[in-house]
Write a protein that binds this ligand. Structure first.
Ligand code: SAH
Length: 362
């Protein structure tokens, strides 16, 4: 099926030439009319993929424990920003604020700031968080008020566009999308060439066809977060799938109805994501004068925050079926061959105790 977005992309390619992957991803995901997040029921059992907060309330609750601990480390400011980037259905924030119920001063001080581009998801977030008053929707990190700040983001960085470069005869040429004689979308090499100094040292030994990925928009989000924290004090927690060491390889994938599909097929209908290079992002945070905790695996992070204890508490006096469900949820989130190892936790901020806190599982 030719999607409306495909028709527009083909027209664009005919007039302006091949479209770099990053621009293609941007159209597919963020186009306000025909893009994925404007139209699709992305997240959840009925959507295309399921995220950790949708799997279990315990995920957001453990982030809530991190938020309360970090607020305490900041000397319990009486007002602070609790910023979430790409909050999806608002489930993580709901679960996080539930933990806050046990710490009334935290809840009173928290000014929740949601940064979300999809109008459809903003509506869902407003519905799901209607019982809380102190929530504002913003379009950019630049609009966040000047006061101590916590930033959280789960599966946000992976949806941001990336550029891919392919090694071809000693040059790294930009991966782009063109059309064939039947107007099908096909891969091609674009005009852009990656400067050698951006590549890792061992790039010269990579064979032709090797792939290197960069995401300038991800890097910009990290830089802007660092600026915000440096100016106001605070800390950030980015959770996503990705690698701890910069590496070569094609990690872009398209997901639809819980299965993989072709990236170039039916643009706008599938969720396009890629693995996050946490190494590159941690370096940016360090250069931006942040204390950066050792990169942790999601499983380690959740266990350190009390996942097992929380599962036990929730299952107390419940039926064996409910207890079994809770065990399965905890396993899915934390076991190494489930989400536990692939998903990583990048934490940085102005407070040094953040670093000390993490050394035990870094
Ligand atoms: N954090 C949620 C949702 C993950 S899906 C969860 O874990 O379930 C990615 C989210 O990022 C969606 O809410 C999407 O609309 C949002 N998003 C994508 N690009 C964005 C951008 N540039 N700025 C803000 N939000 C964005």
């Amino acid at each position: 099926m030719t999607t409306p977005l495909q028709t527009r992309i083909v027209k664009h390619i005919k007039s302006s030439g091949p479209l770099p992957l990053a621009e293609y991803m941007h159209w597919c995901m963020a186009d306000p009319k025909d893009g994925y997040y404007a139209n699709q029921t992305a997240i959840g059992a009925k959507g295309d993929f399921i995220t950790a907060p949708e799997l279990s309330q315990m995920f957001g609750e453990m982030i809530g424990i991190w938020a309360v601990e970090t607020w305490e480390m900041l000397d319990k400011p009486s007002r602070f920003n609790l910023v979430e980037l790409g909050p999806g259905k608002g489930t993580l924030m709901q679960d996080l604020l539930r933990i806050g119920n046990a710490v009334p001063d935290f809840l009173k001080a928290a000014e929740v700031q949601m940064i979300e581009t999809s109008e459809k998801l903003v509506d869902t977030q407003k519905q799901n968080l209607s019982e809380y008053e102190n929530i504002t929707w913003q379009t950019s990190l630049q609009d966040i008020p000047a006061q101590p700040t916590l930033v959280i983001a789960n599966e946000f960085l992976d949806v941001l566009p990336i550029r891919q470069y392919i090694k071809a005869e000693d040059e790294w040429r930009e991966h782009a999308i063109s059309i064939d004689e039947k107007d099908n979308l096909v891969w091609t090499l674009g005009a852009g060439v990656l400067a050698a100094e951006i590549l890792p040292e061992n790039a010269t030994t990579e064979p032709d066809g090797a792939v290197f990925e960069i995401s300038t928009i991800r890097e910009a989000f990290i830089t802007n977060t660092c600026d915000l924290l440096r100016q106001n004090q605070g800390a950030a927690l980015f959770i996503d799938y990705g690698h701890g060491k910069t590496a070569f390889g094609d990690t872009v994938q398209a997901m639809r109805a819980h299965g993989y599909t072709d990236i170039l097929k039916e643009p706008g209908l599938a969720d396009l994501t890629s693995h996050v290079d946490f190494d590159a992002l941690a370096k940016i945070a360090k250069t931006s004068e942040m204390n950066v905790s050792p990169l942790a695996k999601q499983g380690e992070f959740l266990l350190a925050k009390g996942l097992i204890e929380r599962a036990g508490q929730l299952g107390h006096n419940c039926s064996p079926e409910i207890q079994e469900q809770l065990t399965q949820q905890a396993e899915r989130l934390a076991l190494p061959d489930e989400m536990g190892d692939l998903f990583k936790v990048l934490e940085f901020g102005t407070i040094l105790r953040v670093l000390e806190n993490l050394i035990m599982w870094g």
